[in-house]
Design a protein around this ligand. Sequence first.
Ligand code: 5GP
Ligand code: ZN
Length: 115
Amino acid sequence: MKDNNCIFCKIANGEIPSSTLYEDDDFRVILDISPASKGHALILPKEHYNNIGVVPNTLSCRIPELAAKIGIASQKALGASGYNILVNTGESAGQTVFHCHIHIIPRYDNEKGIL
Ligand code: 5GP
Ligand code: ZN
């Protein structure tokens, strides 16, 4: 299902251009418009789900492997020494876009802090 008012639906389905790192039938991985570090990426399901808590298991089970691949790619391609996998779920937890997305934030030895 698609939500016509949702910007991430439009990005995930290619109606709005984005810096795409990876795409398959179910997911698009893009660069965050306001990155917390170099290579900050977002995994977006192409279907609209308000948050990760309502993504069906058949889809959510793919997320850990995808996240690890993006994180490892950031280490190989950008020289990151680590990465955070972060999911803000609900307004009180800092979620600002209500289409499920998973942050992959590469970390570098010369940068400290978690956000
Ligand atoms: P949240 O706070 O909901 O976990 O994260 C939303 C993220 O989406 C933020 O890091 C924000 O910079 C990013 N974002 C918001 N709008 C856009 C957009 O139009 N394009 C891209 N690439 N990222 C966006
Ligand atoms: Zn959406």
